[in-house]
Design a protein around this ligand. Structure first.
Ligand code: AP5
Length: 211
């Protein structure tokens, strides 16, 4: 089954996607990760995306949609769209793309987490610079401070996980991404999952949904 996983910044989309990759062999299409890889590679796309990401703003729809189209054209078997779509315009463009490519989405899963919790999750998040493994200073620290348990890479804070940028990201989410709930309710694919629980409990519910 192909899935859309959406929710506010810090809702746990990346964390749950990692579990779905590990346990269901799914492929994650994370637009945030694709942009971060482009920034690392210093490509033109990366330079453009960085201007927006560092301010906590959305990268323009035209750039994002083209990038997702390229990935979907690879004919992935069972994928999770993580962080895309993020605007109603992106959701409409996705519908067109899926129709053209004869691909269907099984469920659009919304991870619900109260705003008060998100700030703590985001300010405390740390990521491995090399393999992208996600940590949290309090709830999931690496065994050795600053060093990734998986690959030994350097564990750092994301540029956009600074308090002032997080505020903009959360505002942007409310304005542009939150309306997607109505969009997917109308399509009959919407499922809401309480994301404010232990990671494994959240996963169990998603696992049930996809089975
Ligand atoms: P992106 O990378 O997609 O960031 P985001 O949507 O803001 O989501 P995050 O990665 O911050 O959070 P997450 O939900 O994956 O949470 P995580 O699992 O890491 O996008 C970054 C930027 O790229 C955007 O701001 C924008 O500029 C641009 N962009 C990307 N896509 C775009 C698009 N479609 N259109 C336009 N622009 C786009 O968890 C967070 C923390 O919480 C971690 O520390 C984790 O350990 C912890 N945690 C997770 N689950 C739990 C749990 N159940 N209990 C306790 N702690 C938990």
């Amino acid at each position: 089954m192909n899935l859309i996983l959406f929710g506010a910044p810090g809702a746990g989309k990346g964390t749950q996607s990692s579990l779905l990759i590990e346990r269901h062999g799914m492929t994650q299409i994370s637009t945030g990760d694709l942009f971060r890889a482009a920034i690392k590679g210093q490509t033109d796309l990366g330079k453009k995306a960085q201007e927006y990401m560092d301010k906590g703003q959305l990268v323009p729809d035209s750039i994002v949609i083209g990038m997702v189209e390229e990935v979907l054209a690879k004919g992935l078997k069972s994928f999770i769209l993580d962080g895309f779509p993020r605007t109603v315009a992106q959701a409409e463009a996705l519908e067109e793309l899926l129709k053209k490519m004869n691909i269907s989405i099984g469920k659009a899963i919304f991870l619900e987490v109260p705003m008060g919790i998100l700030m703590d999750r985001l300010t405390g998040r740390r990521v491995c610079k090399s393999c992208g493994t996600v940590y949290h200073v309090a709830s999931k620290p690496p065994k050795m401070e600053g060093k990734c348990d998986v690959c030994g890479g350097e564990v750092v804070q994301r540029n956009d996980d600074k308090a002032d940028v997080i505020e903009t990201r959360l505002k942007t989410y409310h304005e542009f991404t939150s309306p997607l709930k109505e969009f997917y309710k109308k399509s009959g694919k919407y499922v809401e999952v309480d994301g404010n629980r232990d990671t494994e409990e959240v996963y169990k519910e998603i696992d049930k949904i996809i089975k």
